[in-house]
Design a protein around this ligand. Structure first.
Ligand code: C2E
Ligand code: MG
Ligand code: MG
Ligand code: MG
Length: 280
């Protein structure tokens, strides 16, 4: 249906636009199906102590085992889940899977370390993550001390009372609270301390600067000093080299996570006793 010149561009754009809408709608339907039909899988990435190289915790990172596209990364579907109102349900599925996995490892006599789960800011709007956590923990009969929650600074923005009380409820269950991607948002350290966060995970953009420029080191030095004086631990995200690890150790960073230690692994490849990493 090609029309005369002036109108043609408009029609062409229109067709392209509706095709994109259709594709998006299709993808959304697939994601909805995936969440309800167990196509989500969780991989685990260790976080290690700089004092002794021992794994202190593992982060749960979701992937979508798509029937034709293979293993899809979260950056490709988490934003869609958030926009489509599916994030609370997705979060619930991930939390349930993590609790089931912890219970499985415990039943098989495996050495179990805590697992941290990422909770979206939008999860708080659509549902109550504290309730989700409580019911999954109870259903699988696991120790709440084995669950940690990662929240980005944007979750704490706006100072909404609903969010604050949900965070308090999570805290009161004995769950460790971590600030994710620290340095990319606008929260103040004192605000985070007031909300009882235990750990700051510094965004990997700052880690990447460590051996590149003076600013990276300056930023880390300031954050570590302030966090420690407020009683919080510091985790460096995205550590990829021994050089970065050494600088972080000299700055008294508490823990590191990143490809230097390990990539995120499927549950079957997670070692019962994770290998000790040496920074010497
Ligand atoms: P995040 O929570 O900051 O997770 C860290 C991301 O950095 C992960 O990407 C991890 O694979 C990647 N990473 C770890 N070490 C390195 C490194 O040394 N170098 C580099 N370049 N990257 C590294 P991933 O798994 O693709 O997840 C991306 C984001 O998706 C996460 O960022 C988190 O915001 C979100 N996400 C993942 N799983 C979930 C989930 O279950 N629920 C929610 N709401 N969000 C999730
Ligand atoms: Mg995280
Ligand atoms: Mg992060
Ligand atoms: Mg991130």
């Amino acid at each position: 249906s090609v029309k005369t010149s002036g109108k043609r561009n408009y029609c062409f754009f229109d067709a392209e636009f509706s095709e994109r809408l259709r594709a998006r709608h299709q993808y959304e339907m697939e994601l909805r199906y995936a969440i309800e039909h167990d196509q989500l899988v969780v991989h685990y990435q260790p976080r290690v102590s700089m004092a002794n190289g021992i794994t202190t915790s593992m982060e749960a990172l979701v992937r979508w085992h798509h029937p034709t596209r293979g293993l899809v990364e979260p950056s490709e579907f988490i934003p869609l889940a958030e926009e489509a109102g599916l994030i609370a349900r997705l979060g619930e599925r991930v939390i349930d899977k993590v609790c089931a996995q912890l219970a499985f490892w415990a039943r098989h006599g495996r050495h179990v370390v805590p697992v941290s789960v990422n909770v979206s800011a939008l999860h708080f709007q659509d549902a109550d993550p504290a309730q989700t956590l409580a019911s999954c923990i109870a259903r699988h009969g696991i120790d709440p001390g084995l669950i940690e929650v990662e929240l980005t600074e944007s979750s704490m923005m706006g100072d909404s009372e609903t969010v604050a009380s949900a965070i308090r409820a999570i805290r009161n269950m004995g769950i460790t609270l971590l600030v994710d991607d620290f340095g990319t948002g606008y929260s103040s350290l004192s605000q985070l301390q007031r909300m009882d966060f235990d750990v700051l995970k510094v965004d990997r953009a700052f880690t990447a600067q460590l051996e590149q420029s003076r600013e990276g080191t300056v930023f880390y030095t300031a954050i570590i000093t302030m966090a420690h004086s407020l009683g919080m631990k510091v985790v460096a995200e995205g550590v990829e080299s021994i050089g970065q690890a050494r600088v972080l150790k000299s700055l008294e960073c508490d823990e590191i996570q990143g490809y230097f230690v390990s990539r995120p692994l499927p549950p079957s490849e997670v070692q019962p006793l994770a290998p000790q990493v040496s920074f010497a």
